[in-house]
Structure formats: structure tokens, C-alpha cells
Design a binder for this molecule. Structure first.
Ligand SMILES: NC(=O)c1ccc[n+]([C@@H]2O[C@H](COP(=O)([O-])OP(=O)(O)OC[C@H]3O[C@@H](n4cnc5c(N)ncnc54)[C@H](OP(=O)(O)O)[C@@H]3O)[C@@H](O)[C@H]2O)c1
Length: 320
């Protein structure tokens, strides 16, 4: 398994990251925990040493499950653990954005407890909070770093202007954006910005929540929890399914599955450090490994990219 350094940190991680959002039943249904544990072990055996989660996944449930398993199996030190904070789900019924210093410290303590660890390797702000000044965020981060509770800090879902504001006050090791064949919005600004400033990029939803996994056709009924947005239903799904049928033949020409082609496509971009794959069972992560073996040629990267960009444009035209 290829590894890479995240930004200017000392975190050396695999180019596939094990995503834990799937432990949130609201979006992904019930997970067979024995199968999920086997997936974590299989990932480790295959050289994957990077796990992404968040306190918000299942309101702490995903961190609990991960912490319980890693502690019982004695595997905590084998993984670089990235988690996130932002959604305050503890102070009332409705969750709200919260990056105030007191909340950051509290959220971190709670994540450490659930993860059964004394430190978080990469602590990420899940999204942009306009209400808290960046120097206030930096104050909490300095406290956590000094106490050895967090090693490095990252951000998610931010644009370059927002990263600039934070970078005046603390070092950003990684950006976690959505990036896939069906969502290329960050190519224009965020990816060049990260390359320029030496910020690692760990992209989420590289399979567009499973749609690029190769299992679905125009007639599929995709489970509701993750099927939000125009590509998952009706005419949008028909258009994407047509692109998928062509892409599958290109994948086969290169001895790849559709999922491997889609993952390899994101990993070929020079700004991408590691692709986060959402995992419920061993096949998901083990079936992804081949994606890391080599980049796509420029010709194939553009051919596949253009195919899905044309599909996206068609779906967007339906919407307007
Ligand atoms: N920062 C953020 O705001 C944010 C947002 C979303 C996600 N994330 C992170 O990124 C991770 C990944 O993103 P994601 O969960 O949206 O989705 P994803 O990786 O694009 O899709 C995951 C789904 O794809 C299918 N799949 C996985 N591996 C496969 C393989 N090898 N072959 C075929 N199909 C495969 C599975 O669905 P089926 O088999 O059921 O079809 C799986 O549940 C999350 O777990 C989370 O850690 C972060």
C-alpha cells in the first residue's frame, strides 16, 4: 500500500483511509458489527493505517464503536485516527454549529473518552462556523496541543478564503472536501490552494455515497438514507447509469472494477493525499485496494472525467 505524508506533519498515512460514517444508522442502516470489525482488521493487514470518523456520526456512536473495538483488539497504536467536531449535539434537542473555545475543549474530551485514547492524531473542524473568531479557535487548539491531546489540526468543507482566515492563526495540516467523478467543484480553487500551501487533501465520498461503486443501474432503488441529491433518482439516475455503463467498459479494459476506477481517478490528482472510502464490510475496503497501485494515464483520466462531467451537466440542465 502506498503511503504519503499529510501536509508538513509527521503523519505518514495510507492512500486509502477507512471511513466510519457508515456507523451512523440514520444514513446507512444497521451495520453487521462482526463484519465491520473484520473490515478494520483486513484493512490493517493490507497496509491501511488511516481511519476517519467524527463525533457527529451517530451522535458519538461511531466513535464509541471504533474506540471499543480498537481498545479490545489492542490496535489503537496501529492507526492514525482523524476525527471531527463542529456540531454541538449535547446542548439541547437541535444540533448547532459550535467552535467556541469552551465547546472545542469539551468536544475533544468527549471524543477522547469515546475513542478510548489519550490523543487524537488529526482533529478536524467539520465545517465553517462564521460566528467564532479564528483566534478563539486557535486558542483552544493551542491548549489541546500543549496538553498532548491533539497532534495536528485539519478542516473540512472550507473554501480558500476561510482557510486563509484560519491559517493566520494556526497551521492547517489537511482539508477534507467532497471529491469524485460526480463532484469536481474543488478542482478550480481548493485543490490548487492546497497544492500551493502544502496542505494535504483527504477526499470524502470518492464513490459518491456508493453511486460510483458499480452496483446500481437506472432501475435500482438506492437506500434512502444516502440517496439525497438529483443523481440518485428518476432521470438523474438514468443519465448517471448511462455514464456508468460506458465507464465500466473502460474500467474492464484496465482490469479494474468501477469502484477501483472511480477511486483511482481521484487519487491520480496530484493534490489528493488519501481517499476516504466508506466501509460497512471487508469487501468494501479490500475491493478498493487495487485503486492505489498506479495512477491513470492523462488520456484515461480526462476521458473518464469528461464522461461524468457531461452527465452532471445533463442532470443540472434538468434542474434549471
Ligand atoms: N467531512 C464530511 O463532511 C464528510 C461527508 C461525508 C463523508 N465523510 C467521510 O468520508 C467517508 C466516505 O464517504 P461516503 O461514506 O460518503 O461514501 P463513499 O466512500 O463515496 O461510498 C461508500 C459506499 O460505497 C460503497 N462501496 C464502498 N466500497 C466499495 C467498493 N470497493 N466497491 C463497490 N462499492 C463500494 C458502499 O455502499 P453500498 O455497497 O451499500 O452501495 C459504501 O457504503 C465517510 O465514511 C466519512 O468518514 C466526510
Amino acid at each position: 500500500m502506498q503511503t504519503t505524508q499529510l501536509g508538513s506533519s509527521d503523519l505518514n498515512v495510507s492512500r486509502l483511509c477507512f471511513g466510519c460514517w457508515q456507523l451512523n444508522p440514520k444514513f446507512w442502516g444497521q451495520v453487521d458489527i462482526a463484519g465491520w470489525e473484520a473490515a478494520v482488521r483486513g484493512a490493517l493487514d493490507a497496509g491501511i493505517n488511516f481511519i476517519d470518523t467524527a463525533d457527529a456520526y451517530g451522535d458519538g456512536g461511531a466513535e464509541e464503536e471504533l474506540g471499543r473495538f480498537l481498545a479490545a483488539a489492542g490496535l489503537r497504536d496501529k492507526f492514525v485516527i482523524a476525527t471531527k467536531f463542529f456540531w454541538n449535539f449535547t446542548d439541547g434537542d437541535a444540533r448547532f454549529a459550535d467552535t467556541t473555545p469552551d465547546y472545542i475543549i469539551r468536544a475533544c474530551e468527549s471524543s477522547l473518552r469515546r475513542l478510548r485514547t489519550d490523543h487524537i492524531d488529526l482533529y478536524q473542524i467539520h465545517s465553517w462556523d462564521a460566528l467564532t473568531r479564528p483566534d478563539e479557535v486557535a486558542r483552544a487548539f493551542a491548549t489541546l496541543k500543549q496538553a498532548g491531546k491533539v497532534r495536528w489540526f485539519g478542516v473540512s468543507n472550507l473554501n480558500p478564503e476561510q482557510m486563509d482566515l484560519y491559517r493566520d492563526h494556526f497551521e492547517i495540516t489537511t482539508l477534507q472536501p467532497g471529491y469524485s467523478l460526480l463532484d469536481r467543484r474543488i478542482e478550480q480553487r481548493e485543490l490548487p490552494y492546497c497544492l500551493r500551501h502544502g496542505i494535504g487533501v483527504i477526499n470524502y465520498s470518492p464513490l459518491y455515497r456508493g453511486l460510483l461503486g458499480g452496483r446500481y443501474t437506472a432501475d435500482s432503488r438506492i437506500p434512502d438514507g444516502r440517496a439525497f441529491g438529483p443523481f440518485f433518482h428518476d432521470e438523474g439516475l438514468r443519465i448517471v447509469a448511462e455514464a456508468l455503463a460506458t465507464a465500466k467498459t473502460i474500467a474492464a479494459e484496465h482490469d479494474l472494477t468501477m469502484a477501483q476506477l472511480a477511486l483511482r481517478w481521484t487519487l491520480t490528482h496530484p493534490a489528493i493525499s488519501s481517499a476516504i472510502v466508506g466501509v460497512k464490510k471487508p469487501d468494501h475496503i479490500l475491493g478498493a485496494i487495487k485503486a492505489t497501485e498506479a495512477p491513470l494515464s492523462q488520456e484515461v483520466w480526462h476521458r473518464v472525467g469528461n464522461l461524468f462531467s457531461a452527465a452532471v451537466a445533463q442532470v443540472e440542465a434538468l434542474e434549471s
